[in-house]
Design a protein around this ligand. Structure first.
Ligand code: SAH
Ligand code: MG
Length: 209
């Protein structure tokens, strides 16, 4: 990754330590050139989209960045991960879309990163395009995390990558649902683990559709 863009990504607002961001970038560089698009669930202010988007650009494909931009449960007022300046006062709800757009613009990735603004599951229900890489970093509650797993992982093409963030084997380090869906992926026999960096897990789909 270019030094300047790497510094930009590290400074971008969001929840991804530099070593995990670089691992995400490296994983995404492994997709076939000119192949199927990548998709991330959970973009927030665009930090992970810079890592994935730069790799997508280098591999001549695109990244769909899916988020309703209203924040997860844990981003709402009164919760641990709330950032009050991200609330749109006119609506009284969070709105991370303006910051996301600025991040993608400033990273020079507007030709590669395509925002999908909406709720994950209705989009998945109508989604037919195979994915070279799926990054799951959306709602971390039990219901949304398992729903994302069930609706989106079948879209990963054979040989494609499934990357999950915030996987904490020790409950003392964080919430269970991302770890649970990581276990489900391995137990399904459809995915094998390729790499673990911090709370990031890179899995590859090994079965045929
Ligand atoms: N990947 C980001 C962090 C994502 S935070 C980074 O690198 O910084 C989780 C995001 O998931 C939030 O922006 C929230 O709005 C989004 N989200 C949660 N549930 C969602 C759902 N059901 N559909 C779409 N987006 C959702
Ligand atoms: Mg995360």
């Amino acid at each position: 990754m270019d030094q300047e863009l790497r510094a930009f990504a590290e400074a971008a607002r969001g929840f991804m330590p530099p070593d995990e961001g670089l691992a995400l970038h490296e994983a995404a560089l492994g997709v076939p050139a000119g192949g199927s698009p990548m998709l991330e669930i959970g973009s927030y202010c665009g930090k992970s989209a810079v890592y994935l988007g730069d790799a997508a650009r280098q591999r001549s494909t695109i990244l769909y960045a899916l988020d309703h931009h209203r924040g997860s449960e844990e981003n709402q007022a009164g919760w641990e991960w709330h950032e009050p300046d991200l609330v749109d006062p006119a609506v009284g709800k969070m709105d991370t879309l303006p910051l996301f757009r600025r991040t993608v613009h400033d990273a020079g990735l507007e030709g590669t990163v395509v925002a999908l603004v909406g709720d994950s599951i209705p989009v998945a229900t109508h989604w037919a395009t195979p994915l070279s890489l799926l990054f799951i970093d959306g709602g971390h509650g039990a219901e949304p995390a398992h729903a994302d797993f069930e609706h989106w992982t079948p879209k990963v093409e054979p040989g494609g990558l499934l990357v999950i963030h915030d996987v904490f084997p020790d409950p003392a380090d964080g919430g269970r649902p991302p770890y649970e869906i990581y276990c489900r992926a391995l137990e399904s026999g459809r995915f094998v683990e390729e790499r673990a960096v911090g709370s990031l897990r890179v899995l590859r789909r090994t079965d045929a559709v």
